[in-house]
Write a protein that binds this ligand. Structure first.
Ligand SMILES: [Ca+2]
Ligand SMILES: [Ca+2]
Ligand SMILES: [Ca+2]
Length: 336
């Protein structure tokens, strides 16, 4: 009788946390030259390190479960060509569908918030279409794009990319805005309600079919500096419909230019979103299990996460690792 009851409990626990969904092994590596940044180049993870002779680049590897940094003499990062009219600290996003590139334009100081390092925000954006047309969009004076880049993602599954960008209202704070190229040019097709107060910001995290219903969702962190709230939205019938929400996240450090503190990997059971906790001293895994949003906290760190969070298969076993850097220059590699 008792044995049978325990079997029931064990079966329930197994259902709650299948090993291939939630469990992950983390290994840490403190290199002689501290890691100050991480990014992807040609499917590889590149670390920017501080050396006595200045900045250098290393390729992140993993052999027999041990992280290593391989020198890359002569390596220079390839970035998309800058556009004459773009935001000074902006990034050009390149796409492979109907939009071939998009960037923020019209630098303005009319908001003056400086979450991303300076008080210069964008008053508009531009998209270069695959047929060569350049489409422009300009915001009214009551708002700015408080972002460094436009994200391209097909949120409605029609084969064309939507443009995803943070719009901040001078008197009501940030909202997530979705634009689409049409016959009339670029227009905003959906937007969340603004947070409600000026100088309250949000940072997009990732796009994936998180709940496995065949449609993409976008995950964002609202107010990442003051107790961030993860929200998951689906673009449905011209509206952004909230499909999940949880407190205790942060994907940005105040004043930092780094916005890419999120990674999605599928370790065989659907997408797992990796986001820092509210103090950025550990990762939280977010995934949908039998239709329910589930959160699994991984081991914490004494130092905060300071780099982008990037994913690539480092050891060639077919599963991508999740990699990030801590404030003391240490590298953390998370494997399935
Ligand atoms: Ca689309
Ligand atoms: Ca979905
Ligand atoms: Ca791997």
């Amino acid at each position: 009788m008792i044995v049978r009851r325990w079997r029931g409990v064990i079966a329930a626990l197994t259902v709650l946390l299948p090993i291939s969904v939630a469990s992950a092994g983390a290994v840490r590596h403190l290199p002689a030259n501290p890691v100050t940044g991480l990014f992807l180049a040609g499917g590889k993870i590149i670390a920017e390190v501080n050396t006595p002779r200045g900045r250098a680049f290393r390729r992140v590897g993993l052999k027999n479960g041990v992280p290593m940094l391989k020198p890359m003499p002569g390596f220079t990062p390839v970035v998309p060509a800058r556009r004459a009219d773009m935001l000074p600290d902006g990034i050009v996003t390149e796409g492979g569908k109907d939009v071939s590139a998009a960037w923020l334009t019209g630098p303005t100081r009319r908001y003056g918030h400086a979450v991303l390092g300076d008080a210069v925000e964008a008053g508009g954006l531009r998209a270069e279409m695959s047929d060569g047309r350049i489409l422009s969009f300009k915001l009214p004076m009551e708002s700015v794009f408080e972002d460094r880049r436009v994200r391209l993602a097909d949120l409605d599954g029609d084969g064309g990319d939507e443009l995803v960008v943070v719009r901040s209202y001078l008197d009501r704070g940030a909202a997530l805005a979705i634009l689409r190229p049409g016959r009339e040019g670029l227009s905003i097709v959906a937007e969340t309600a603004p947070i409600g107060l000026p100088y309250r910001w949000l940072n997009p995290a990732a796009v994936a079919d998180f709940d496995g219903d065949g449609r993409a969702e976008i995950a964002i962190v609202v107010t990442p500096h003051i107790g961030g709230i993860l929200k998951i939205f689906e673009l449905r019938g011209g509206r952004l419909v909230e499909e999940g929400s949880a407190v205790g996240f942060s994907n940005h450090a105040m004043g930092s230019p780094i916005q890419a503190m999120a990674a999605v990997v599928d370790w065989g059971q659907g997408p797992i979103l990796h986001l820092p906790n509210a103090q950025r001293r550990g990762l939280r895994q977010v995934f949908f299990l039998q239709g329910r949003m589930t959160i699994h906290d991984l081991d914490g760190h004494e130092r905060p996460i300071v780099t982008a969070i990037v994913a690539a298969d480092l050891d060639g076993d077919g599963w991508r690792e999740v990699v990030y850097g801590l404030g003391n220059g240490e590298l953390v590699v998370l494997s399935r």
